[in-house]
Design a protein around this ligand. Sequence first.
Ligand code: ADE
Length: 233
Amino acid sequence: MKFDLISIFPEYFSPLKLSLIGKAQEKNLVSIAIHDLRDQADGVHKSVDDTPYGGGAGMVMSPVPWGEAIDQVLLGSSAAIHDLIILTPAGQKLTQSLAQELVECEHLIFACGRYEGIDHRVTRYYQTVPHVRVREISIGDYVLGGGEVATLVIMEAIIRLIPGVVGNPQSLVEESHSLPEDAVEYPNYTKPAVWRGLDVPEVLLSGNHALIKAWRNDQALERTQKLNPQTRG
Ligand code: ADE
């Protein structure tokens, strides 16, 4: 799976060297290339933004360097389909099922805008380009300073679903959002059996797998109700 990330702050992506995603790269399960948008900007100031047509506060990113940067990435790829992800708080909300859909993609391009976002013609133009699917994605109902952190979140959600990335694939099957009820995960315990006067729930020490399963199910449903009663459980 190939990832191309475009940003004016390439250093934002240094955490990708670490942990799960770092290992996935070492194992060649994913390949990640980072591109500096300013390499496509002209003039002494290498400016990538301008004032909005129609007035208003803030600056809008120019479609010109974005078009150059995305075209260059597309030209350098032999993938049959390219998914161009434009990060914006106005996009489709990231969910576990969207992550599961994205892990099936061959080539993901992340366009990380800053300021008031990218000139909307970038979305409109690439919607007309054959073999490119444009997806505007948000990681939640709040406004970040740019798309870089959102990209890290989405990549972590996707990459851990690639077979071979997470050590024990059963943990993916068992975990919260894969439960049919869409419940959150049950609470987990490990050794020691008593810590600061607190015991591990007796049932977990019973060795009775049916009882443990039923207890975990109840706990998951109870937590789901408490955490998010409107949308879950
Ligand atoms: N850029 C700014 N805020 C964002 C958000 N919530 N999700 C994705 N990209 C963003």
